[in-house]
Design a protein around this ligand. Structure first.
Ligand SMILES: Cc1cc2nc3c(=O)[nH]c(=O)nc-3n(C[C@H](O)[C@H](O)[C@H](O)COP(=O)(O)O)c2cc1C
Length: 168
């Protein structure tokens, strides 16, 4: 039986809410799913999962400091057999409408890059949820959208389809 893990860091609760929606969708497909903050997870257990989703608030166009430190710690593990997905919360920004490549306002972009370096296969491209200001609330429809993304990830995980174009 496949096992999925959704990991998040959250200051004001918005990224936690998105992680919860994502985990709900994956569970609906019948996959055993844990949803944990990076402060409570035992990192030695991570290699025992088939799939890991990692989400962070966007701080200064990158993941939060806690998430950056956590990603460094993950590098001590061998996660080559896992599949994954990156997500973030952020404010609406004009930067996301431009092709500033290295300056994209998205924690998920960095997280996805780090996951690739760890040889985690990205199941489906990163996604962002928009929040208002620093504390939220989340945009309307985020809960439904991330639950659906979770279902899609769950289906891919269940069928083991790995889209090669995101992993070349
Ligand atoms: C110190 C700090 C820096 C932030 N920098 C950015 C930023 O560069 N781009 C952005 O879109 N939002 C930025 N934000 C807004 C956060 O993305 C927002 O607070 C977060 O998505 C809320 O998620 P949380 O409730 O899980 O903490 C920043 C917030 C804080 C507290």
């Amino acid at each position: 039986m496949k096992k999925a893990l959704v990991l998040y860091h959250s200051l004001y609760g918005n990224t936690k809410a998105v992680a919860t929606s994502l985990a709900r969708g994956i569970k609906e497909i019948g996959i055993e799913t844990d949803c944990l903050s990076i402060d409570e997870v035992d990192i030695q257990q991570i290699p025992s999962y088939d799939f890991v989703a990692i989400g962070s608030p966007t701080h200064m166009i990158r993941p939060s400091k806690d998430m950056k430190e956590f990603l460094q710690r993950l590098k001590s593990l061998d996660l080559r057999g896992l599949t994954g997905f990156a997500f973030d919360t952020r404010n609406h920004s004009r930067m996301n409408n431009r092709s500033w490549l290295m300056l994209e306002n998205s924690a998920a972009r960095s997280i996805e890059g780090e996951m690739r370096k760890m040889k985690i296969k990205i199941l489906t491209p990163r996604e962002s949820a928009i929040v208002e200001g620093r504390e939220g609330p989340l945009d309307m429809g985020v809960d439904d959208r991330f639950t659906e993304i979770g279902r899609e990830l769950g289906r891919l995980l269940a069928s083991q389809i790995l889209p090669q174009k995101f992993n070349e």
